[in-house]
Ligand binder design. Structure first.
Ligand code: C2E
Ligand code: MG
Ligand code: MG
Length: 611
């Protein structure tokens, strides 16, 4: 064999034949056709040849001594390295050639001697092409498999990444949902989640008559005062402490929620009767009455609670909560720090309030508001020093309505701004008219009440200027009565407004002094002209020195701060004597006169009673 001649670019053909003549003829033919041809005379040589280089095609003679062609083919086919190499049998025409056996053993074709050269070349070529095609398919298959493997891996990675993303997205979504449904300060469920739980309770009650539940609406009393005086940080700390204390009053099957601001909602489930709900309310009130020890302050805080017994006839959970809220308002109105159970009459009253609100809007347009004037007496001269303008509502159906009935509604709805500015305008105008009467004392003052809400109005000063300009009154004859809540705000904005008022020489009076929560330090930082002692202190004043209550103290505080004092709600001569003895500057009350209709004022001035 001539291995040196092997050319790797050429197809390699191994001819196995014991007849040298055959070998020679075939090999020279195929070599001429451009193949590498190797020759083997028997199985042993063929084996060696295959071990050296694997041929692309084998031509195998059938008739050979020792190991015949069938056997050689069988052996080649059982050896993995050669199993795929196509074998073409060579047989002589006179050979007893068993074609079936040859094919069964793995032969792919046969050629017969004497050789038809063209046929040999074609058959060899065919088999080589077939094999090349098979090998190409195999290669492509492997490549494809490889690609599929790579792609599968890629997909697996992508899937894993996607799953990771889905998981983190789910986490984020859960977190967002948690944020949306919970209050960030206390971590409690918020109104949305609470209403959904109420809705579920309502459904349960519809399905099962034995399922009973109740909803509690809790609102802290005076929370705004804590927030305003101690600041929002303390307010927040207090809210958390309240939430914690409420939790202690409830078992885990109940739901506690923060509905907003200083309001909490409680859903009590699986109850047997209403007393179990009122017991919880009592426990809460008792727990809340214990001082809250915050990081830097000790605070007292109680709450008003409205209870509504769950009823399957409610159409929506919102209505259930609304009625608990109505009951809570009732608890507040009755003096706070208590609970009230809802009954349908309360709902009617709430509706009535709503009607008042609607009517009040129209009242301003329809000019149903009227002013009554109550004289203020100088205790020094015994004469009238001024009048306080007090609003009344002449309702077309209900008759005269007192301000205590509608001012809170006006404040809540913001209508108070329009009312107060209208009052200011009308009262100043009226003062200007009175000044034209000869009986009118010089420097008669007019006092107008201004709600704290007005002090958040950016154009308040401009409106006051406009009124003074139009009515041409002397601003020093105007007194504005404000309440402690105005100075409790203590914002720079309020301070600016007050400064502007003072610049115009308008007087500032602190009304209802003593009923609010303002501290003396606050009083100091505001340029007030007078303190008006609330009528409840005057009322409590008795004949003897030791039961005079706070009145002497308030008068001496005012004196030391250079403010004058007005006593309000003076109803008896004895009170007047006491006040005179205490050097109180001014007094106002039924003893002198009830608030008068505008038409009666001039007569009153003219009759000029002296006290
Ligand atoms: P206020 O400013 O403290 O007014 C004094 C209230 O005490 C008036 O009640 C007056 O009628 C009443 N009063 C006067 N003398 C006596 C007395 O001897 N005994 C008793 N028991 N009461 C007396 P009124 O007119 O019902 O006003 C109630 C409150 O409504 C006022 O308290 C004031 O806070 C508010 N208000 C009245 N008019 C206006 C207004 O135009 N604007 C604002 N924002 N509030 C107003
Ligand atoms: Mg007043
Ligand atoms: Mg007052």
């Amino acid at each position: 064999m001539n291995y040196q001649q092997l050319n790797p670019d050429k197809k390699d053909i191994l001819i196995i034949d014991d007849k040298a003549e055959n070998l020679r003829v075939l090999s020279s033919l195929l070599a001429r056709k451009g193949y590498n041809v190797r020759k083997a005379l028997n199985w042993q040589m063929a084996l060696t040849a295959c071990r050296t280089v694997l041929p692309d095609l084998i031509l195998l003679d059938i008739m050979m001594p020792e190991v015949d062609g069938y056997e050689v083919c069988k052996r080649l086919k059982t050896w993995d390295l050669t199993a795929d190499i196509p074998v073409i049998f060579i047989s002589a025409l006179d050979d007893v050639f068993d074609k079936i056996k040859a094919f069964r053993l793995g032969g792919v074709d046969y050629i017969t001697k004497p050789f038809d050269f063209e046929e040999v070349v074609v058959r060899v070529q065919n088999q080589l092409e077939l094999r090349a095609a098979r090998l190409e398919i195999l290669r492509l298959n492997t490549e494809l498999e490889q690609r599929v493997k790579c792609r599968t891996l890629e997909l697996e990675n992508a899937l894993q990444k996607l799953q990771g993303e889905i998981a983190s997205r789910q986490q984020l979504q859960d977190k967002l949902l948690d944020i949306v449904l919970h209050d960030s300060l206390t971590g409690l469920p918020n109104r949305v989640l609470f209403l959904s739980k109420l809705g579920k309770a309502l459904n349960l009650a519809r399905e099962n008559i034995n399922y009973q539940f109740a909803v509690l609406y809790l609102d802290c009393d005076r929370f705004k005062v804590v927030n305003d005086s101690l600041g929002h940080i303390v307010g927040d700390e207090l809210l958390i402490a309240i939430a914690d204390r409420l939790k202690l009053c409830l078992n885990p099957s109940n739901t506690l929620a923060r509905l907003g601001g200083d309001e909490f909602g409680i859903l009590l489930e699986n109850l047997t009767d209403i007393s179990s709900a009122t017991q919880v309310a009592e426990l809460i009130l008792q727990q809340l009455s214990i001082t809250f020890k915050l990081s830097r302050h000790e605070v007292f805080m109680n709450a008003s609670i409205g209870i509504n017994w769950g009823n399957k006839d409610y159409e929506k959970p919102e209505y259930l909560l609304r009625d608990a809220d109505t009951a809570m308002y009732r608890a507040k109105a009755q003096g706070k720090a208590r609970y009230k159970v809802f009954n349908p009459e309360m709902y009617q009253e709430a509706i009535q309030l709503l009607e008042i609100e609607n009517d009040l809007r129209k009242a301003i347009e329809r000019e149903e508001l009227v002013i009554y004037y109550q004289p203020i007496i100088s205790l020094c001269t015994g004469r009238i020093s001024g009048f306080e303008a007090l609003v009344r509502w002449l309702h077309p159906v209900r008759g005269l309505i007192a301000p205590t009935e509608f001012i809170p509604i006006a404040e809540e709805t913001g209508l108070i701004n329009t009312i107060d500015i209208w009052m200011l305008q009308s009262a100043c105008h009226q003062l200007r008219i009175w000044q034209n009467y000869p009986a009118t004392p010089e420097n008669l003052t007019i006092s107008v009440n201004l709600s704290a809400r007005l002090f958040t109005q950016p154009n308040l000063i401009a409106q006051i200027d406009q009124i003074i300009y139009e009515t041409k009154i002397n601003p020093s004859n105007l007194e504005l009565e404000i309440t402690e809540s105005v100075i409790m705000e203590n914002t720079n904005f309020v301070k600016k407004i007050i400064e502007e008022i003072k610049k115009r020489k308008i007087k500032l009076v602190m009304d209802d002094f003593g009923t609010g929560y303002s501290s003396l330090s606050y009083l100091h930082s505001f340029p007030l002209d007078s303190l008006k002692i609330d009528k409840c202190f005057i009322n409590r004043m008795q004949f003897h020195q030791h039961t005079m209550g706070l009145v002497p103290t308030i008068i001496s505080i005012a004196e030391s701060m250079g403010m004058t004092v007005i006593a309000e709600g003076v109803e008896t001569k004895e009170q007047l004597i006491k006040l005179r003895n205490l050097n109180c500057d001014f007094a106002q009350g039924y003893l002198f006169s009830e608030p008068l209709e505008q038409q009666s004022v001039i007569n009153f001035i003219a009759s000029m009673p002296q006290w």
